[in-house]
Design a binder for this molecule. Sequence first.
Ligand code: DC
Length: 231
Amino acid sequence: MGKITIAIDGYSSTGKSTIAKRLAATLNYIYVDTGAMYRAVTLFALNHGLITDGQVAADTLIPKLKEIRLKFLPNAETGKSEMYLNGENVEQEIRTMKVSNQVSKVAAVKEVREMLVKIQQEMGKDKGIVMDGRDIGTVVFPDAELKLFMTASPETRAARRYKELLEKGEEVTYPEVLQNVQERDRIDSTRTESPLRKAKDAIEFDNSDMGLEEQFERIHDFAQRVIAKQG
Ligand code: DC
């Protein structure tokens, strides 16, 4: 059966990665979390002192981008893929609020996007991939056979994110997380370079009131129908 490309875009904390991971595992496809790539570049910028007072020193960051090596490698115990930045496992660190608070600004830098989009297109050139992010159906794979756009209210998303962060032992408050979610939505959807928007041919899913099982079943069903059509 022919393999397809599945693009999953949407706002932060809409459960894109949970669905994308499960879909990829069920279909035996590759899963790529492009947010992790933007987060790793942000960590690199923070580690090099290139973000001060919330401002990204883009002029200094851009020539340094060629020093960045990103790799997804499976964790030997869990089998889950984890992000490596220049040989170091940064999976935990890229999920902290320190990175979340700056990532949208780094993701707005044109040269950062150009570099990462190129890597993503290379990863998906043989299809059989589920990729999640903000611009997958619009920029990275505009010809993807299946495009999904996930939404949920900011409050629902912040509550999910807050729970996750608490479980990881981060000391955060709900208002702080809600503010981060809203601020990232604002920056991600208003930036000049590839702003977050629904592709014309994407199927929209508002999962504010939908359980994970129901959501997965519906999406899996869509995917199977599209794959069957490919023959
Ligand atoms: O999916 P996430 O929350 O881990 O993504 C982190 C940030 O990276 C998000 O605020 C916007 C940016 N991003 C992007 O601009 N384009 C992508 N394809 C993926 C993420």
